[in-house]
Design a protein around this ligand. Structure first.
Ligand code: NAD
Length: 359
């Protein structure tokens, strides 16, 4: 049977390499812009200073207040800086939080964006913007939030502390894994996904022992970019839905939640996606993909249970209810009982070997 698929390319410019931060002024000039609003987030002030020095007179204003889940109140404050400084371009240096703020400004003003990611979240290549106001998260997808340019400088991610690097990399891995069983899967995205999985797998194996090794960080960052492209191109399934509920309604931290949940969703879906799991196992060089991902996380000292995150066991049924009430498309049909079984395994942190109870 000939598979039918659709693929739409996205229009940004990507530059990837080592020491590319120094190119930031040239990239501003390439866009014919001359007044930059520099954005960073918590804990990255020193990096912000470096970029501000590099930008020199191009830097019209700076805002260091990016925060997790893009609160609208923070965006409004940054918007005041953008307008007061008459900036014609944003340079955002940081993780998904800083990228989110940059995209929120672009959604409101159409301002040009140059993004320099320092984590593996992948948001910089997706048309998705999630924002929070009054404790509620809303998400929209529009090409107007896509940046003009993304500069991936491996050097910037070398300083990312190992525990954050591990959970951020598994967050990226989840984009690639769910892309392979997406209803919109296509050969281009499959290629990116498998390349991402193999690079992230290699990176996760070595990041603990050699945290500042450029090759290790390069594997992770390149994998994160490709995984971000997967997230941008095809719909995600049960894993992303569960993480949105756990993060959005129960306040669990983004990348850490992805890390705990991923192997268990893989096990849940494995009976309906045996060929995909076989391909993932091949990319990771493990015999069983769900257990292999769990082992990778454990070896990298990542979190493996909802219990260790302090999540209340009694709230699991509420999570299952919310997932069932507005599910994402998923290769295996969703049952409340099945999801509750998966969440129970994730709460205890059971290794999801073949035949694990509850799936
Ligand atoms: P983050 O940006 O908050 O960064 C995590 C932590 O790492 C922060 O404390 C930050 O200060 C620190 N950090 C970042 N880079 C560092 C470095 N080089 N050295 C030292 N510390 C560093 O979190 P994140 O996980 O990158 O992104 C999560 C956010 O991104 C969430 O709000 C999530 O919803 C969003 N996201 C959106 C998309 C999308 O497509 N819209 C995709 C993925 C994530």
């Amino acid at each position: 049977m000939t598979a039918e698929f659709e693929y739409v390319g996205l229009p940004y410019r990507i530059v990837f390499g080592r020491g590319l931060l120094a190119r930031v002024n040239a990239e501003v000039a390439r866009l014919r812009r001359s007044r930059v609003l520099l954005l960073t987030g918590g804990g990255l002030a020193e990096l912000g200073d470096r970029v501000e020095n590099l930008l020199g007179p191009l830097c019209a204003a700076r805002f260091d207040g990016a925060a997790l889940h893009t609160p609208v109140s923070v965006t409004e404050e940054a918007l005041r800086h953008l307008r007061a400084s008459d900036a014609d371009c944003v340079v955002a240096v940081g993780g998904g939080s800083t990228t989110g703020l940059s995209k929120a400004l672009a959604a409101r003003t159409g301002v040009d964006q140059i993004i320099l990611p320092t984590t593996y979240a992948g948001s910089e290549v997706t048309p998705v913007l999630g924002e929070t106001a009054g404790g509620k998260k809303t998400t929209r997808s529009t090409p107007s939030v896509l940046p003009e340019t993304v500069i991936y400088d491996v050097e910037l991610s070398r300083g990312l502390p190992v525990p954050i690097a591990v959970t951020s990399a598994v967050n990226a891995l989840a984009h690639a894994i769910e892309a392979l069983y997406s209803a919109q899967a296509n050969p281009i995205v499959d290629g990116w996904a498998l390349d991402a999985i193999s690079g992230i797998g290699k990176g996760l194996r070595h990041v603990i022992g050699e945290p500042t090794n450029v090759e290790v960080r390069s594997d992770l960052l390149r994998g994160a970019w490709l995984a971000g492209m997967c997230l941008a191109s095809v719909g995600m399934g049960l894993h992303h839905k569960l993480c949105h509920v756990l993060g959005g309604s129960f306040g669990l931290p983004h990348a850490i939640t992805h890390t705990v949940i991923l192997p268990h969703v893989m096990r849940y879906n494995s009976s309906a996606t045996s060929e995909v799991m076989w391909r993932i196992g091949g990319a990771l060089d493990v015999p069983d993909a769900p257990a292999g991902v769990f082992d990778l996380i454990k070896q990298a000292d990542g979190p493996t249970s909802l219990r260790e995150l302090g999540f209340d066991f009694g709230s699991l049924s509420e999570v299952a209810d919310q997932v069932i009430a507005s599910p994402y498309p998923n290769p295996k049909p969703l049952t409340r009982e099945g999801i509750l079984g998966l969440l129970t395994q994730a709460w205890y942190g059971v290794r999801p070997a073949r035949g694990t109870r509850g799936h």
